[in-house]
Write a protein that binds this ligand. Sequence first.
Ligand code: FAD
Length: 456
Amino acid sequence: MTIQQSLATTAGLTDLLGDRIALPGDAAYESARLPWNRAIDQRPFAVARPESAEDVVDIVRAAASVGLRVAPQSTGHGAGALADSDLSDAILLSLSGLRGATVDPAARTARVLGGSQWNDVVAQAAPHGLTAMHGSAGDVGVVGYSLSGGLSFFARTHGLAVNSVRAVQIVTADGRLVRASAAENSELFWAVRGGSGAFGIVVSIEIDLLPYADLFAGMLLWDATRAVEVAHAWSAWTRTAPESVSTSLRIMHFPPLPELPPFLSGRSVVVIDGVVLEGDDAAAGIIAPLRALSPEMDTFARIPAAELVHMHMDPPEPTPAMSTGAMLGSFAGSAVDAWLAAAMSTTGLSFAEVRHVGGAAARRPDGAGAVGSLAGDYLLAGIAMVPFPDVAPAARAAVHALVAAMVDWHAPSLALTFIDGDVSREQGFGDAATRLRELKAVYDPTGMFTAGHPVD
Ligand SMILES: Cc1cc2nc3c(=O)[nH]c(=O)nc-3n(C[C@H](O)[C@H](O)[C@H](O)COP(=O)(O)OP(=O)(O)OC[C@H]3O[C@@H](n4cnc5c(N)ncnc54)[C@H](O)[C@@H]3O)c2cc1C
């Protein structure tokens, strides 16, 4: 864009949207452009923070009329997936002002505004003895997580969160606000369940809730000197664990920081955590082989379902990090050894995780959308903190090195919510990729929407 074009676009946008738009140089721009993942330096043409569905319609129409694209974002937890997108001709449409959830306890559903976090849903569902298929962190956005799959600690029992979506209200590229469900705009409904922000701006979403007021969950922790023994034991244990159990194995390297609890600060630890959807006696019996490894910390107990968002110890504040992942077909024997070697010795790697998937997460239910299941029994994920911008390339290299170390066990699939940036989405969309591209050409023929997981 030339300077003259940029000035004309700015003038056009200001005429149409007034102070609903923030431009470079405005104080509001500098704060609103920041994603949760502070390692990503987003510099869009402008930022808009709509307060209503009508605002979203106005912003999309204004963008179209001045020739800008639109990038939806709720929290910026997934900003790493946008890192390689040039936003200089896009409005970053931050939905963080559109939050709130209404629960229908009889129908066991929630209607959730487009920028809401899982904490918003859990808080409304809990008084009714209900919870939701949230992931490990309560401040992740409901829409970004759910529409790209959404892997929860309920996944082996209840499947991917995307299958709990009943309807969306979405602003399409032609600036219309439409409802998409199995009965209305059903092709768009199919596409958005996987295609997510590539198909429009979701201003609200309707989801099924789960009937758990409390559940058996927790974590076991050992010093990383026990990693070999613990990792092999978990691997063997998962091979017979029932579908009522969803757990994760991690090696976590923490720097010495005063804000960390003493049991983590400056240490490397191995952690198993998860949920056992059984009565207390049955659950205790299932995890007994892990407890027999004498962890130094054991928090497994019956807890209120609303407390589950704290179990995985995800950072409570915006955090700069690089992450990526892969699906694994198996995790046994030499695969465990390769993972241990990479997890313990890759320079700059903060956390190496393997989640036990399979079960209901691997089964595509009738009526599912573009993404409805995950092939592969384990998810591999690597996270590297980026305390200073200069270490970003090394951090990115570290997480990719972990994934590369496990290439012999990769499954031909991808969990979209666990990949950032420069990774092909083809395997994440699977058989749906071709149809998604056809529908993108129908619903967004000019490529108006720039999504974390592009359909192109
Ligand atoms: C600490 C942490 C813990 C996590 N835990 C899990 C986990 O347990 N399981 C899991 O599956 N994933 C997990 N994730 C990954 C997370 O699900 C993805 O990063 C997801 O994209 C976050 O959604 P968001 O809306 O918060 O992010 P955003 O960055 O705001 O959005 C990501 C993408 O979603 C789309 N989008 C978001 N909102 C809208 C909207 N209203 N309309 C249209 N499109 C929209 C856009 O395409 C956007 O680029 C975790 C991530 C972090 C950082």
